[in-house]
Ligand binder design. Structure first.
Ligand SMILES: *Cc1c(COP(=O)(O)O)cnc(C)c1O
Length: 498
């Protein structure tokens, strides 16, 4: 059905802010500028800069309508596997908005930020306690940045012993950031295959180990949602040839409070505060990817860090000895630190353990409840995410992508699709501990109904037409990726260019 306005009931159609330009409109009323002599010389502005003119109510409506088009964990179950979209407790938000945290400036004198430094110190303490590791770098701004931090420390440790080895082993099922990080630092990436049951192929790994191996980047639980049972054997074997064990700890939320990575032989591991310790992410806020280090790598931790000085807390800002320099301006994502510590302290050790257990229970409930209609990628129980392949859709003409698009019409954000690459038509579903049994049942009911409909005659056309109820229908994603239109130009200019 089309409407005169283009609106669909309460879902308002919204033009770009530039298309709403009404010259002369403004949200503020500034006095006219006094006449001044320009000091710009030859770089004087010649044309208008093209900012749209809008009144305050127009601007408020524009951004309110845009925000309503956004899917969010506050709006519904967000099963995006490997991304851990869990509830962000409002207590975290209350803590971070306290003026002592919210109004901080990173250049304030140390004496005026003692509370903030104490908070950073406490967060560092709990991250080290939960992982069993002796050192931590808090500055990395995301998981991928954490990988970079960990691998740069590994490179520094190798250089310090005059070691030229550069080969880094990365399992096939790894998150794309792992090989990208290693390559960005000049390591050579070598892929290790997965076994039939979704684990690292231990024999293939051992065959690649030698004096040229700088280390391994391994995710545990892995991106198939499985715990690498051989992890200790893998760690020992890598250490035996003089390599380092980098653990991608983005999935720490599945084991926090139950397993200490130090006991598994890890040398460096990033923790996504925005996943495990629930800070808003995915368009909702910046991440934070602190990295914990073993004794061997502790001398190479990048600055800055908090120390207990003579007059209270102090900051070490300049690298000395073997420490790597600075990875980021200032000291990390303070807002995320406040939220993450609030989450830890409000849960306590028993609460964190409960959260990881519930996350695993929820994923297994989905796995068990769907496994008669969707084919699990691997036999047996999973950790925090349930992984299916697309073999149940065989012969229907309906693909994983079609199911994802149909989920949009049902009001769900799709699961992670076609990842990990080792599973055909992968559907990776991570419910997190936030969801109640009712909410899981509704999701399971929806997925069962979609698979039922996918098997009906005419399903192929039906599904290819999804989504039907969203503000935009199915997009040409290839064209969007290959020929992105990143810039709006006034129609007059566009015509002139043609
Ligand atoms: C999320 C994730 C990353 C990357 O984290 P970002 O904060 O998005 O950079 C890396 N590895 C795994 C396994 C992840 O799930």
């Amino acid at each position: 059905m089309t409407t005169f306005t283009g609106n669909r009931g309460l879902a308002q159609e919204e033009a770009l802010i530039f298309e709403q330009d009404s010259p002369g409109h403004s949200g503020v009323d500034l006095p006219a500028l006094p006449h001044t002599k320009t000091r710009l010389g030859t770089v004087k502005k010649r044309t208008k800069i093209g900012l749209p003119g809008l009144s305050e109510p127009q601007i408020v409506r524009h951004y309110t309508r845009l925000s309503q088009k956004n899917y969010a964990i506050d709006a519904g179950l967000y099963p995006l596997g490997s991304c851990t979209m869990k509830h962000n407790p409002r207590l975290n938000e209350k803590a971070v908005r306290m003026p002592g945290f919210a109004d901080l400036h990173p250049l304030q004198p140390i004496a005026t930020v003692q509370g903030a430094l104490q908070l950073i110190d406490q967060l560092a303490h709990w991250l080290k306690t939960l992982t069993g590791m002796p050192a931590v770098a808090l500055s990395p701004a995301a998981g991928a940045h954490g990988e970079y931090c960990g691998m740069i420390a590994i490179r520094a440790a190798l250089e310090a012993r005059g070691d030229k080895r550069r080969k880094v082993l990365v399992p096939e099922s790894a998150h794309g950031t792992n090989p990208a990080t290693a390559a960005a630092l000049g390591f050579e990436v070598e892929s290790i295959p997965a076994t039939e049951d979704g684990h690292v192929d231990l024999a293939a790994l051992k065959a690649k180990l030698g004096p040229d191996v700088a280390g391994i980047m391994l995710t545990n639980p892995n991106t198939c949602g499985l715990f690498e049972r051989d992890i200790k054997t893998i760690a020992d074997a890598v250490h035996e040839v003089g390599g380092f064990f980098y653990c991608d700890g983005a999935n720490f939320n599945a084991i926090v409070g139950r397993v200490r990575p130090a006991d598994l032989g890890v040398d460096a591991m990033h923790i996504n505060l925005h996943k495990t310790f629930s800070t808003p992410h995915g368009g909702g806020g910046p991440g934070a990817g602190p990295v914990v280090f073993s004794d061997k790598l502790a001398p190479y931790v990048p600055v800055s860090w908090v120390v207990h000085g003579k007059n209270g807390f102090d900051l070490v800002e300049h690298a000395s000895g073997d420490a790597v320099g600075r990875l980021k301006a200032f000291h990390g994502q303070m807002g995320m630190f406040v939220r993450a510590l609030t989450y830890m302290l409000s849960h306590g050790n028993d609460g964190l353990r409960q959260a990881s257990s519930d996350a695993v229970l929820g994923a297994n409930y989905i796995l068990a409840s769907l496994s008669d209609v969707l084919h699990p990628a691997f036999p047996g129980p999973c950790m925090h995410e349930a992984l299916f392949d697309d073999s149940s859709l065989k012969g229907t003409g309906v693909t994983t992508l079609d199911i994802a698009k149909a989920m949009l019409d049902e009001g769900y954000h799709p699961m992670t699709m076609y990842f990990p690459l080792v599973v055909h038509g992968a559907m990776l579903i991570e419910p997190t501990e936030s969801e109640s049994k009712d909410s899981l049942d509704k999701f399971i009911g929806t997925m069962r109904d979609l698979v039922r409909r996918a098997k009906l005659p005419g399903a192929e056309e039906e599904f290819h037409a999804a989504p039907r109820l969203t503000p935009r229908r199915r997009l040409d994603e290839t064209a969007a990726a290959r020929k992105p239109v990143l810039r709006w130009r006034p129609p007059a200019l566009d015509q002139a260019a043609e």
